[in-house]
Design a protein around this ligand. Structure first.
Ligand SMILES: Cc1ncc(COP(=O)(O)O)c(C=O)c1O
Length: 436
């Protein structure tokens, strides 16, 4: 198996050309392993599906390790950021500020000033206060700042596991209030309206839902362009493309996405004010989840009243999502495998296992009666589908354990991109600018 292929569990787990075990021997555990080739191939697959329609920006929040961001920048992707620190990461990865967008519901003045002074291409406005703040900062810096308005769409075009629009939400302006928003933007000479941004939900596995949302976004963009009386430069359709995590999940069908693209292109062509608009997708999860795994070592195995508990050296403090505490309604296991191989689902010796971490809370459970080989102390287990919202979305300070190492594998090469460390001593790996 490879970390990019969660479905199969025959043979030893491989990342690129290397086994998880040899990497774990070298770097120790707990450890995140990322496969640069897997990330590039997901980007290429998505590009193929939306060719001639959308430009792809990687949403840094899914995996902000500078070396991971650099993989996408080197492959020509733009970036979507949600903080000043992510802006600096984007620049350090060599991204042209003209390829960076800034979205997020509560941006601070300092980070806005940093991005505006740094020539960011577009700021996505999400509140009336933000319109004023961005306009004032742009004025102070003597700029005219291109802005997009983020719109919280009507409930009619919804879907996905975690809805981020279509109901009362902190994200963007309600679709119903667009006229007032346009008036507020138009009243500020230091702002220029360049686009609209809609992002209705994350972890969408149904291509039809995604296509319906994109079609709705184009209708909203057309209405905004007509109201403003000017062409729009950009239409950001958001991220939200899902990946299969749980038994029974089917991957997003990119062929179905591709089949739906001509109708979207026609919708754009039908509106003169959108004919020259650049369509943007800003996925995070889809591009990195499958290319990462989280490897830990078994510390002890014990039976408690008939239930087998396997205690590992990693847990929810490094990987909140895998523990089911990242907002899922139902706690279901991420795909888990023994790194040494031994097919977990089919092996005659597989046993139902409670896979738990070292924290003093029952929340620190990564596997609930998962069938795994009869692991012993010293064996290793990997959580697949862990390249997105892993370390970055986890409570690393909880119980003050060391943070895990992160390693980037590229074919047969591997390098440490974040060493194990104290949670309160963050370390930024060097991220040299690529040669011109
Ligand atoms: C504005 C914005 N763009 C993109 C993303 C990335 O979403 P996903 O990882 O589901 O593609 C998010 C996630 O929260 C977001 O808030």
């Amino acid at each position: 198996v490879s970390a990019s292929d969660a479905a199969s569990s025959d043979g030893a787990l491989k990342i690129g050309a290397l086994t998880a075990d040899e990497l774990a021997d070298h770097y120790g555990t707990p450890l995140y392993l990322y496969d640069a080739g897997g990330m590039r191939s997901e980007l290429a697959r998505l590009r193929h599906a939306v060719a001639d329609f959308a430009d792809i920006h990687f949403s840094i929040k899914a995996n902000p390790n500078p070396a991971v961001v650099q993989v996408f920048v080197s492959a020509g992707a733009g970036l979507e950021i949600a903080s000043g620190a992510e802006f600096l990461t984007a620049l350090a990865a060599g991204c042209d500020p003209a390829r960076i967008l800034f979205a997020g519901p509560g941006k601070g003045e300092e980070e806005l000033a940093l991005a505006i002074a740094g020539d960011i291409s577009e700021i996505h406005l999400e509140s009336f206060e933000e319109i004023e703040t961005v306009a004032t900062i742009a004025g102070r810096l003597g700029r005219i700042q291109p802005v997009a308005i983020r719109i919280n769409p009507l409930a009619s075009a919804q879907g996905g596991a975690m809805r981020m629009g279509g109901r009362p939400a902190a994200f963007g302006f309600d679709e119903e209030s667009v006229e007032a928003v346009l008036a507020a933007v138009a009243a500020r000479p230091t702002l220029t309206l360049s686009g609209v941004h809609l992002f209705a939900g994350t972890q969408i596995l149904d291509a039809r839902v995604l296509l319906a949302q994109w079609a709705h976004a184009i209708r909203v963009a057309a209405a905004v362009a007509r109201l403003s009386g000017r062409p729009l430069q950009s239409i950001d359709l958001g991220g939200g493309l899902g990946v299969p995590y749980h038994a029974g999940d089917s991957p997003l069908d990119l062929a179905e996405v591709r089949a739906g693209v001509p109708a979207l292109r026609e919708a754009l062509a039908a509106e003169p004010l959108l004919r020259t608009s650049r369509v943007i997708l800003e996925p995070g999860r889809f591009l990195t989840a499958g290319a990462g795994c989280y490897v830990s070592t078994v510390r002890s195995v014990k039976m408690s009243r008939g239930t087998r508990f396997v205690v590992i050296d990693g847990g929810m403090h490094h990987h909140l999502g895998a523990s089911g505490n990242l907002g899922q309604i139902i706690k279901r296991d991420y795909p888990l495998v023994a790194t040494a191989g031994r097919p977990a689902e089919t092996a005659a010796d597989a046993v139902p296992t409670m896979l738990v971490g070292p924290l003093c809370t029952p929340l620190d459970t990564l596997g609930r009666q998962t069938r795994l080989p009869p692991l012993a102390a010293g064996d290793r287990v990997a959580v697949l589908q862990s390249g997105a919202y892993g370390l970055t979305a986890s409570p690393v300070g909880f119980l003050s354990h060391p943070t895990p190492a992160e390693v980037l594998v590229d074919g047969g090469r591997h390098r440490l991109i974040r060493p194990r460390g104290r949670f309160d001593a963050p370390w930024q790996p060097p991220c040299p600018l690529p040669a011109a």
